[in-house]
Design a protein around this ligand. Structure first.
Ligand SMILES: Cc1ncc(COP(=O)(O)O)c(C=O)c1O
Length: 389
């Protein structure tokens, strides 16, 4: 049996994979088993922030791996403390809880919001508003938070207490807030799995106003758009607001499983000893990787992200076969005349790995992708979009 057949036989069939076996990667390039080279425009879904096997990151990670690979959360260890201190300094948040994934980071945010509301607004105040078309994870509770029926239907009943408002429609949020007891509002600055839909600045400022007026927590889910991808360190920063809880994962540790839930003034001391925990959460090897990644998401890199984003938009706007571009920074969605999946498959043949998001082609290159590879990939995308079917 070849690898495709063995995969099908022995691995649960939860993914429909592209027909590519990645065997090696370096920077924004990777190779399949036949030696064919690809430009990577997916970064493992926004994970490999500095591309594959970046030298500095590999050094930071292997140094920690050669020091100690894990210790329980019952002891102190410096990689997590360094990372938490740096995250707090750069976000204005006050404390951090570390986990292993985006879903777990969001679970922690939801638990904290419920506990905060119980203490501050009463035990009948536990509901959380999320947005239609959002995506917050695949555990039963984060699925419930996800505002898309398509993810719910096979796993009912889900965790109670989530209400869904229309994205970019502040009246839809107001209507719920006026009727229900609400603990928190949770949003993604750019809805990733929802098809790269950006929230309007006025809408997010409206959320902030409602949160202040009704004493409701604001939770920014920065799992996909966070860690430099928006062109700011975190996507919410583009709106000039300060959330009460920020969650992140994906690109934070540059390719290792890691999640972080950051707490602001109101929520920093809600969780007490024994209320929440994780065996692997805060793994020092992952934390060392994250310290390295965070130290490199500086003003220079962020301005490069913005420039590259503008370049891509300029190249694709008005190009043949392309209807529109959405998103922020290096998290872009391209609405194409032809079927997006078909375009992605054609690009794979031509040596570029793009992704899809709903009906769009999704672009998530490494934050430090070299300009020559970026241009080459965008030329191929343009060429494929312009081809007759
Ligand atoms: C905005 C957002 N939140 C949460 C998640 C879940 O993250 P994970 O797959 O690491 O659990 C994702 C994953 O795509 C996401 O895009």
């Amino acid at each position: 049996m070849n690898i495709y057949e063995k995969d099908k036989q022995f691995i649960a069939n939860t993914y429909s994979r592209f027909p590519v076996e990645i065997v090696k990667g370096k920077g924004s390039l990777c190779w399949d088993a036949s030696g064919k080279e690809y430009i990577d425009f997916g970064s493992g879904i926004a994970v490999n922030s500095m591309g594959f096997c970046d030298d500095q990151w590999v050094n930071a990670v292997t140094q920690q791996l050669n020091t100690f690979q894990h210790t329980s959360n019952l002891y102190f260890q410096s990689p997590c403390v360094k990372l938490a201190e740096e995250l707090c300094k750069r976000t204005g948040m006050k404390k951090v809880f570390f986990s292993n994934s985006g879903a777990e980071a969001n679970e922690c945010a939801i638990k904290t919001a419920r506990k905060w509301a119980e203490e501050n607004k009463g035990s009948d105040c536990y509901k959380i508003i999320t947005l239609k078309n959002s995506f917050h994870g695949r555990t039963i509770t984060t699925l419930a938070a996800t505002g898309q029926d398509v993810f719910h239907k096979d796993f009912l009943p889900l965790t109670d207490g989530f209400l869904y408002a229309e994205a970019n429609d502040i009246n839809s949020v107001k209507e719920i807030v006026e009727k229900e007891k609400i603990a928190a509002i949770m949003f993604e600055a750019v809805q990733g799995e929802g098809g790269i839909v950006s929230l309007d600045k006025d809408f997010v400022l409206g959320l902030k106003q409602i949160a202040d007026e009704y004493n409701i927590l604001l939770i920014a889910d920065e799992v996909q758009i966070g860690n430099g991808r928006s062109g700011m360190l975190y996507g919410y920063m583009t709106f000039g607001i300060q959330p009460d809880i920020v969650t992140t994962a994906k690109g934070l540790a540059g390719g290792l499983p890691f999640g972080a839930t950051m707490f602001g003034e109101k929520t920093a001391d809600v969780l007490k000893a024994g209320m929440h925990g994780s065996t692997f959460g805060g793994n020092p090897v992952c934390a060392a990787g994250a310290v390295n990644i965070l130290s490199r998401i500086d003003d220079k890199l962020l301005s490069e992200v913005k420039k590259k984003s503008e370049f891509i938009k300029n190249q694709l706007n008005g190009a043949k076969g392309i209807k529109s571009i959405s998103g922020m920074g290096l998290m872009l969605g391209v609405e194409t005349e032809k079927d997006a999946k078909q375009i992605v498959n054609k690009c794979i043949e031509k040596g570029v790995l793009f992704l899809t998001a709903k009906t769009k082609v999704r672009l998530l290159p490494a934050l430090n992708i070299p300009m020559d590879l970026l241009k080459k990939a965008i030329d191929i995308l343009k060429e494929v979009c312009a081809e007759e079917i």
